[in-house]
Design a protein around this ligand. Structure first.
Ligand code: SER
Length: 321
């Protein structure tokens, strides 16, 4: 366990959305750092076995302020990581519901911080805040942002609200724009970058995968360990200059490039392409983002390369390489 000062010792952190792809691993890492009892996991559904058995867990509907408040009071929580969101592809199918969920949960957390019931909030944004008019490569922190998806619109609006609550009410809310996140413990659902996780499961099971994005669709991506490090580093930093959301980068690849990296370990793996509506979403997103502000402010630096990512995914899924 890390050397903790008195303030950190007193910290109780609530993860809302702890059964999701990022929430699951965030809980496990935070418990390693701060101790199991300091990290309260919560979700509307039960989650990963390790999360459930290693510390406190509450069934919680993130849209119900009274319920959230009850959990916060019960555990004496002072920080919240709000990991609830409807992702890009599913949000296109139920736009109003997605907008409602993504925004109402954010407002709930921001208001708790405004009322000083909690003192710090983490809220995830996404590369989806960029749109067809944004620069495609090395997309800057500040640039033209014209998202064309419901998810991207909700994330950009959310970023603006975070900054507003910070400027107007002194709310300490921190955020990163996650790229596609690759992990093996919990599968993502409803996203455009999900192919890059599914491909590993299918490569191991069937030696073949049909990608819903075409061969050359390059998108920014990151291994889960890097994403978790970035999140915690940002939350622990004393040098924050941006209260909208930080670009963070690790690598960029297309389905073709990823399939070649997998073929190094599974030579008979074949990839086919059959794009669907998710292709239209991917076409509007950047291929890479410029994260120098995050590097400068809080020392962000990715550690996991594409080859390390592939090896970790295969090993994690019990295909030993
Ligand atoms: N991974 C997300 C999605 O595909 C992007 O933030 O929707």
């Amino acid at each position: 366990m890390r050397d903790l000062n008195l303030i950190t010792m007193a910290s109780k952190i609530l993860i809302i959305g702890s059964s999701g792809q990022i929430g699951t691993e965030l809980v496990l890492k935070l418990r390693q750092i701060y101790g199991n009892d300091h990290i309260i996991a919560s979700d509307i559904r039960v989650g990963n076995y390790e999360v459930m058995k290693s510390g406190p867990f509450e069934i919680l509907d993130a849209t119900k302020k009274e319920d959230v408040l009850k959990v916060i009071k019960k555990h004496n929580v002072n920080q919240v990581y709000l990991m609830v969101a409807m992702l890009s592809a599913i949000a296109e199918k139920i736009p109003k519901k997605a907008w409602e969920l993504n925004m109402s949960t954010l407002f709930l957390a921001l208001d708790l911080a405004k009322e000083r019931i909690i003192n710090r909030v983490f809220w995830p944004s996404s590369i989806a805040v960029f749109g067809p008019s944004s620069p495609k490569t090395n997309t800057p922190q500040h640039t033209i942002m014209n998202p064309t998806t419901v998810y991207g619109i909700s994330k950009l609006a959310g970023e603006n609200w975070c900054e507003y609550y910070h400027n107007k009410f002194g709310v300490d809310v921190r955020s990163v724009r996650y790229p596609g996140i690759i992990s093996y413990k919990t599968i993502p659902g409803g996203g455009t970058t999900d192919y890059a996780v599914q491909i590993f499961h299918e490569a191991i099971k069937n030696k073949s995968y049909t990608s819903f994005l075409n061969a050359d669709t390059t998108l920014p991506m990151m291994y889960m360990d890097d994403a978790i490090d970035a999140t915690i580093q940002l939350m622990e930093s004393n040098n924050i200059s941006k209260y909208e959301s930080y670009n963070i980068a690790a690598m960029s690849f297309s389905p073709k490039v990823l399939s070649r990296a997998i073929q190094k370990y599974i030579p008979n793996f074949i990839i086919k392409y059959e794009d669907d509506t998710r292709q239209e979403i991917a076409n509007t997103w950047p291929q890479s983002v410029d994260d120098k502000q995050a590097c400068k402010d809080w020392g962000w630096n990715s550690k996991v390369s594409l080859d390390q990512l592939v090896r970790s995914m295969l090993n994690g899924l019990n295909y030993k390489v």
